[in-house]
Design a protein around this ligand. Structure first.
Ligand code: PEP
Ligand code: MG
Length: 382
């Protein structure tokens, strides 16, 4: 067994020496971050903040979304701020010295609201018994108002940041304050703010302005001065097709290939597995699920377009991927070819991603020079 462990270790060392792409992990909680680090992740590429509000904490977000009037909203935000800040302090401590990309809240709204049918039944039964509850009634009206037929295409991501006053500000403040706390404690926090589901540069401009103002305010109050890059996810075809404009206001792009696959194909990522997918696989419409292995001709082409146009617009634009594909061997090779700086995947897939990123680099060296990029490099070295 020792021999095997030694061989694997040597293999990983060779792969790590050869690979060009970084490998980060997707992690939402401090214990996930620690595991990611132990798997060799060079940072967190995606911290999904909505996952910090599942379970007991769901009611905090519910309270914010349903708040009526400024005062209720302020109170809900004040309750949320210390929870978020503590989470970030712990994650930054676990990943000290490594980049941590924190994504602003991106839940489909229904995940944070009571179920409409259940609530309707409860209200109707109470009414029958003559025991109407005014709180429940108010809740029902609010949930009806916010109900969406397609929540995955609804009030999510940057849309929430622009529509729910104070939400993004609270999150960015928690991020910047956590970084300041870690720096004060002698740490080396390297946090990045990521804005999800952007389809138009204007959305990013507006949310970025707000984030910058908040960060500046925290800097002034705390003296924290390390950079906090602000970037966006590219997970809608429109974002990929307007990447040149978006790159003007983003320091990095992270491809959200889960949503990009959903919106490019028009497949509902939540429903497709149990629906017609097996028939599609059987009939050979595709060889593997495009949610698992990147669809090079469609989704992959959008990734390529966005990478090229993004970099043409901003030379030092950082490019990564944080969808499930970031840990899929074949997709890792594709991302290497496109020229991404890093892939990010769940912690347990990090070793495979490191290995495949190394193999991709070796294979590319063997077949070079071929493309226009390679011949440029060859010319430059002459
Ligand atoms: C994605 O869409 O690929 C992504 C990483 O974000 P999420 O899965 O949280 O929507
Ligand atoms: Mg997404």
């Amino acid at each position: 067994a020792d021999e095997l462990v030694g061989a694997v270790h040597r293999l990983m060392t060779v792969a790590d020496d050869r690979r060009r792409m970084g490998v980060r992990a997707n992690a939402d909680m401090p214990e996930d971050a620690a595991r990611a680090r132990s798997m060799g992740a060079a940072g967190i590429g995606l911290c999904r903040t909505e996952h910090m509000f599942l379970g007991d904490r769901r009611r905090y977000v519910e309270r914010l979304i349903l708040a009526e009037g400024e005062r209720e909203r302020e109170e809900a935000l004040e309750a949320l701020l210390p929870l978020q800040r503590d989470d970030f302090v712990q994650i930054l401590a676990a990943m000290d010295g490594l980049p941590v990309t924190v994504r602003l809240l991106d839940p489909p709204l229904h995940e944070f609201l009571p179920d409409l049918t259940e609530l309707s039944v409860r209200v109707a039964l109470a009414r029958e018994r003559g025991k109407e509850d005014s709180g429940d009634l108010r809740l029902l009206q609010a949930v009806r108002r916010l109900h969406e037929q397609n929540p995955m295409l609804g009030l999510r991501g940057v849309r929430l940041a622009l529509v729910v006053p104070g939400l993004a500000t609270m999150q960015v403040r928690a991020i910047a304050e956590a970084a300041a706390i870690r720096a004060d404690a002698g740490g080396d926090p390297r946090v990045e703010v990521m804005i999800p589901l952007v389809g138009a540069v204007q959305e990013l401009e507006l949310s970025r302005e707000d984030a910058e103002r908040t960060i500046a305010e925290v800097r002034q109050r705390t003296g924290f001065s390390a950079p906090i890059p602000i970037g966006t996810m590219v997970e809608l075809p429109r974002a990929a097709l307007t990447a040149g404009d978006i790159a003007q206001v983003a320091e990095f792009f992270s491809f959200g290939t889960n949503d990009l696959t959903q919106t490019t194909w028009g497949f509902s990522r939540d429903d497709v597995e149990g629906s017609f997918f097996s028939a599609y696989l059987e009939k050979g419409v595709f060889g593997a699920s495009p949610f698992e292995s990147i669809d090079v001709d469609g989704v992959g082409r959008l990734v390529r377009i966005a990478s090229e146009e993004g970099r043409a617009s901003r030379r030092d634009l950082k490019l990564g991927v944080c969808g499930e594909h970031g840990g899929d061997p074949e997709s890792v090779h594709f991302f290497h070819d496109v020229g991404l700086d890093y892939v990010s995947c769940s912690a347990f897939r990090v070793p495979v991603a490191r290995l495949e990123a190394g193999r991709a680099a070796v294979l590319a060296e063997r077949t070079a020079p071929t493309g226009p990029m390679d011949s440029d490099a060859a010319n430059a070295s002459r």
